[in-house]
Design a protein around this ligand. Structure first.
Ligand SMILES: Cc1ncc(COP(=O)(O)O)c(C=O)c1O
Length: 393
């Protein structure tokens, strides 16, 4: 079967061919001069991506986004801590599931309906009621494609002891994140989404406030491999161009991340975030012009990295995905419980460009029409074109 397929699932995403080529670098030891330099540059570039200086620590581990979530939690909790989970969907709930394995008291504020975000007022009220050691929040919940305003939550914790832990698995590299300005204490992600590198790297950033907490907890509840007090020393050493060992780093993926970060710098971070904003906005307007409804309740909370779209009634998800595949486009099904089969998701992050989104929109039009949806071909794509054109894309 042809390998020329548009992978527009929300991760793993499309990869730049030069990133994929960089992975095939031959034997490279994790202690070699060449790798130490690459790793050191990766850590510096990752700071720039979140607009922070070297008072912030960055850790890159072999693992996926879930490992990054558990690493953050397990290292930063203390016995009987109060933890507040802000959940907009499946990945917010995952934080609660994870926390349930640790000796903490969990409060959760959950959205009532999929496609909403938790109002800031509810978070403020909770913080005024109780002392929380940390709040966890998902920046973009991939299950419903909503984006929570994390800067607003940051303002609430700025002058408190509470740490703000942000799951940025579906946002880092695609959405603007100003970690310092917004008072975020931990941001975490995996490599396979907007960072544009195949699955297998877990990346975490820590503020000074989070580093102080790490010293206090001594990583008491962290499993051996996830002990950040050990890993931070290893990262410091690499940054100072000295190899160090705790467990073998994922050498080839780190080389891939280096290439991907180079591409981001060439494009410019601001331009990159704008590209994600314009492409996602054009796509949302395109699907709306086809008469379809998206899950996010407003444009303000619609993510730039992923879009979740209800299927027209009477159109079956598997048949739709099958028709899309026939047209060489892979989209994902729904994830939110009870409505999983009623919607589909399109990822548009990393090296996605305007041609890709035009092609995806066209394939959606033809697939829906083949399945009996009453639609005038071109109605969606002409809207997409109009918005891309207005933005000089
Ligand atoms: C927002 C969010 N958090 C966490 C995860 C878990 O990441 P992983 O599947 O890499 O373990 C995902 C995966 O899709 C995600 O989208």
């Amino acid at each position: 079967m042809s390998e020329r397929r548009l992978m527009t699932i929300p991760g793993p995403t499309i990869f730049d061919p030069s990133v994929l080529r960089s992975l095939s670098i031959g034997h490279l030891s994790h202690t070699s001069k060449e790798f130490v330099k690459i790793f050191s540059e990766v850590l510096a570039k990752l700071r720039k991506l979140l607009y922070v200086d070297d008072e912030y620590k960055v850790v890159v581990l072999a693992g996926s986004g879930t490992l990054a979530m558990e690493t953050a939690i397990s290292n930063l909790i203390g016995k009987d801590d109060n933890v507040l989970v802000v959940s907009n969907g499946v990945f917010g709930d995952r934080m609660r599931d994870l926390l349930e394995r640790y000796p903490v008291n969990i409060d959760i504020i959950r959205v009532k309906e999929p496609g909403e975000t938790v109002p800031i007022r509810m978070i403020r009220e909770k913080l005024d009621e109780k002392d929380y050691s940390m709040i966890t929040v998902t920046h973009v919940d991939t299950s419903t494609a909503v984006r929570q305003n994390i800067a607003e939550i940051g303002e609430l914790v700025r002058d408190r002891e509470t740490l703000l832990i942000v799951d940025g698995v579906c946002s880092v590299g695609g959405e603007e994140i100003k970690m310092d300005d917004w008072s975020l204490d931990v941001v975490l992600t995996g490599s396979q989404k907007a960072l544009g590198v195949p699955t297998g790297l877990a990346v975490l950033w820590f503020s000074e406030k989070a580093q102080r907490r790490l010293m206090e907890t001594g990583s008491l509840y962290a499993p051996y491999y996830m002990d950040l007090n050990k890993w931070i020393k290893v990262m410091d050493s690499y940054e100072n161009l000295k190899p160090a060992y705790f467990a073998t780093p994922s050498v080839n993926l780190i080389v891939g991340l280096h290439r991907s970060l180079e591409l981001m710098e060439e494009e410019g971070f601001e331009k990159r975030f704008k590209r994600h904003r314009v492409i996602s906005h054009a796509f949302r307007e395109g699907v709306k012009a086809m008469g379809l409804e998206i899950l996010p309740r407003s444009e303000e909370i619609a993510a730039s990295t992923v879009t979740a779209i209800y299927l027209p009634r009477n159109i079956d998800l598997n048949s739709f995905r099958g028709e899309m595949l026939k047209r060489n486009v892979m989209v994902a099904g729904g994830l939110y419980p009870n409505i999983k089969s009623k919607y589909f998701r399109v990822g548009h992050m990393g090296p996605i460009n305007s041609n890709d989104i035009v092609a995806v929109t066209c394939a959606i039009e033809r697939s829906l029409k083949i399945l009996g949806y009453n639609l005038k071909l071109g109605v969606g794509v002409s809207k997409v074109q109009e918005i891309l054109y207005k933005n000089n894309f």
